[in-house]
Design a protein. Structure first.
Length: 139
């Protein structure tokens, strides 16, 4: 089973949170015991407030990049189209530049990638133990 995209990212966040909550070396027992060694409830509430604020900041620091990554995964196509439109509108390259760049890319890029694609296809054939095709008659 493989997880990809947003589900895999959120599962990683959940696993790190479970590890953090179960690991006694993360500091929460020390904060609570320091508050309990004080003068009673008067010292416990500020310690718990500081602990909660620290956890909120830590969660925001961890979850914000993951949330941004899921947004990038969900909006990847739209971001590329928007970036291309921004370049086209603000830079406005001339048509001859489009023709030169795309003409050269259309001719050179397949030649450069041909060897790599052939290697990948041969590796996939080897991995899946591909054999010569056979015609089966009578079915």
């Amino acid at each position: 089973m493989t997880l990809s995209g947003a589900a895999g990212l959120w599962l990683a966040v959940l696993a790190s949170g479970l590890y953090h909550g179960a690991n006694p070396g993360m500091g929460w027992p020390l904060a609570v015991s320091a508050a309990l060694m004080g003068k009673g409830r008067r010292d416990l509430y500020p310690a718990l407030g500081a602990l909660a604020a620290g956890h909120f900041i830590a969660m925001a620091v961890i979850l914000l990049p993951f949330a941004m990554m899921t947004a990038l995964l969900d909006w990847q196509r739209e971001i590329r189209i928007g970036a291309a439109l921004l370049v086209e509108v603000f830079y406005q390259p001339p048509y001859w530049l489009h023709a030169v760049v795309w003409g050269a890319l259309a001719l050179i890029l397949p030649l450069l990638l041909l060897r790599s694609f052939k290697g990948v296809l041969i590796a996939l054939q080897f991995r899946h133990k591909a054999e010569e095709g056979k015609l089966v008659s009578g079915k």
